[in-house]
Design a protein around this ligand. Structure first.
Ligand code: 2AM
Ligand code: CA
Length: 280
């Protein structure tokens, strides 16, 4: 028994070191973002409508690849700017960092905040640690499976408010078929009638922090990539919220998915969007 207790304590100490290493990498990434002065010549199109990458996305990712590989050398690394969209069989076992160096790139390019750095760590293909840092407000969100969610060291919880007393944030998925975006707006109108009002931040990772910290009550976006939601999903769940796809199905953490996140207050209601308005 003593041996078991000791090994649990050691594992927890290892986890502390791991978490602190990731937090410090997130702060380092944020410093690069905050020190940037994005100019047009630093912007390259990644292809597709409203889908851009700046030299800073690549700089921050390179920094994170270096910093995180020192924190956990055996972990796989999946970063948005590598474009590795296929979930490889080796990610099913051990650790995998899933990194969005700058989430909210269209905001970042225009000095229209928020933009954040998002670091998810999967263990055996499931969320284990989530860290999201917004350097413009100096907000560091993090969660570790089973240990709660925190904003700048203070434990956070989702709101108990019902949908009718909550703000709703939406994502428009402008990179995909027009009907997907149209459906997002129809759903916006549907939720507008059932909530206080609608918001659109431009950073899905940030939207998930807003749910986790009780600022909003529901967030949806018809199509997101794993690096957009892996860290935020861990933070939402550890803050007492619920995250699924837009049909209410459990997330598989294997790649693109629609996302619907709600607070504890909204989770008890009939909050799923009507099927006839959905295009995903
Ligand atoms: P980004 O800023 O890192 O590009 C806004 O609608 C959200 O969608 C942002 O979090 C944005 O992330 C993300 N996003 C951007 N391109 C995307 C794509 N091709 N597929 C899915 N989500 C995307
Ligand atoms: Ca992103």
């Amino acid at each position: 028994m003593a041996g078991k207790e000791q090994s649990i304590r050691i594992e927890n100490e290892t986890n502390r070191t791991l978490l602190h290493g990731i937090l410090s990498a997130a702060r380092g990434a944020g410093a690069i973002m905050a020190g940037a002065s994005p100019h047009d010549e630093d912007v390259m199109s990644k292809g597709g409508r409203a889908n851009y990458v700046t030299v800073y996305d690549e700089k921050v990712q390179e920094y994170l690849l270096g910093a995180l590989s020192k924190v956990l050398p055996e972990a796989h690394f999946v970063g948005e700017e590598e474009g590795q969209e296929v979930f490889l069989p080796e990610y099913e076992h051990g650790y995998t960092f899933v990194v969005d160096p700058i989430d909210g790139t269209s905001n970042f390019m225009r000095g229209y905040h928020p933009s954040v750095t998002s670091i998810g760590l999967l263990r055996d293909g499931k969320p284990y640690i989530g860290v999201i840092y917004n350097p413009y407000t100096d907000s560091l969100f993090y969660a570790e499976k089973g240990f709660g969610a925190y904003e700048n060291g203070k434990q956070i919880f989702t709101s108990p408010d019902p949908l009718s007393h909550s703000l709703v944030s939406m994502g428009t998925a402008p990179y995909y078929a027009e009907e997907v975006t149209e459906s997002a707006f129809l759903l916006g109108n549907w939720y507008l009638k059932r909530s206080i009002d609608i918001r659109r931040s431009g950073s899905a990772a940030w939207d998930l922090c807003l749910i986790a910290s009780g600022r909003t009550g529901l967030f949806y976006e018809p199509i997101l990539c794993l690096w957009d939601y892996a860290a935020g999903a861990c933070i939402v769940e550890e803050a007492g919220g619920k995250i699924t796809d837009m049909h209410g199905r459990s997330l598989t953490y294997r790649g693109k998915s629609s996302i619907l996140a709600v607070t504890a207050g909204v989770a008890g209601e009939d909050y799923l969007p009507p099927q006839e308005l959905m295009r995903v």
